[in-house]
Design a protein around this ligand. Sequence first.
Ligand SMILES: [Fe+2]
Ligand SMILES: [Fe+2]
Length: 486
Amino acid sequence: MIKKIKTGDLKVGMYVNKVHSSWLSAPMSMSNFMVKSEQTRKNLLDYDIRFVSIDTIKGRDVREVKEAVNEEIKMSMDNTFAAPLDEFRINRPVPVDFYFPGSKGALEHILKKELPLRDDVVELFGERGIGTVRIPQDQKGAYDRYRLEIENEDEQRKKQGFDGKFVDPEKVRQEFDFIADYYAINALSLVPDVKLTFDIYERSKEAPEIALRKEDRTGGELIDGWLKDDINILIKKDHKEAYQTYLIDHTRNAKDERVKASFIRENAKLLVENLIKNPRSGKLMAETKNAVSDLTQSVIDNPATFYSMMRINNHDYYTYTHSVNVSTMSLALALALGMNDKKDLSDLGLGSIVHDLGKSKVDNSLINKPGKLTDKEFVKMKDHVTLGVELLQENKAITERMIIPAAQHHEKLSGRGYPNGLAGDQMHLFGRISSLIDIYDALTTERSYKKAFMPFDALAILFKGQDDYDMGILQTLVKMLKEQET
Ligand SMILES: [Fe+2]
Ligand SMILES: [Fe+2]
């Protein structure tokens, strides 16, 4: 028999056949499982799942379960209190749930507790005019403790002579040195037992540590370990050319599909990084075009391979990785939407790989700033869109259509985006795809000072802004992720 019960009444040995929540707030695979530990109940509650249905034939029955109430607890103005958003620290987990009135007036759950208040989320909230959020009354204690903690920290910082809202300057310095000196590579592109022509560093903690030296031979086990534990591996920037030659000599013709795909991805990454440094180089643009053509064909042949690779190194957020991610995912999404003309796909692939090219003209200290940009800095940052469009227009090999992702990736269907506040039909299909993928990739990428969102948490945030993104495209993205996830 199937019975609906409160999640809090769930016991070890019960068989859950369904969780009652919008499928978005729950990890996608949460149905049909046996409760094996107390932790499961806690996890479900963490995901705000208040009710589940159990199958009493497959698992234990309920003896003294009180009548399950059919109504979930609805948040309203009465059982919540208001808190200004700027009372919270950027990129740190918040101990409370955030609610905000949606388009229909009712309070919507806009941020799940324990998620970090990422700067990109604050930016999204800002565009939606969210300056004050509502917090459930029964979380007042957690909120007060958090506030006290922050005040104490601010006090300490002030004593040390720092602005209370500032991120640790030592961390900032480390991050900048790091980005300037190292280049992130993919362990999949390393072929076992080949002599290395570059040093490899591991970055499991703050500072990179040498793992293998030039002339060493890579052991298969070491590579497997890096992949399995999702360890970020790096080379020094002055070994980049040696790495590119290694890729061409050893990775390009590997038998393993994933290793071959890794070559295509790594090669594209190197080209984009060079292109960002020399955005006017016609030669680099032509090479990038070729690389994107390989990428397009491979994504057509096997989108799942690329998807699985993108999830490796998801703590590597540099413009070059992000650019290749956006291009790959935009292609996969376009295919899922039924786009099948090779020319259309290649144009979208190239357009999206160069969508942030304008960042080459924006001060690096803004692009990699760990923390919230000031209003002035944000205005400068937004310039990367127009600057990118101008750079691309100068290049004869780039057509108008290829410029659309660069021009529209920060626009929103609601008209709340920038630089032109385009709305509805003014946004091209390429723009709708790249605006969605651009934010999705950002939200699911970790940096040293901010945690990544899990796919469903990122999607939940995007769904809540009902009219910012094309719902049909967003639903196709969810379907695509769901298929590739399993
Ligand atoms: Fe951008
Ligand atoms: Fe971007």
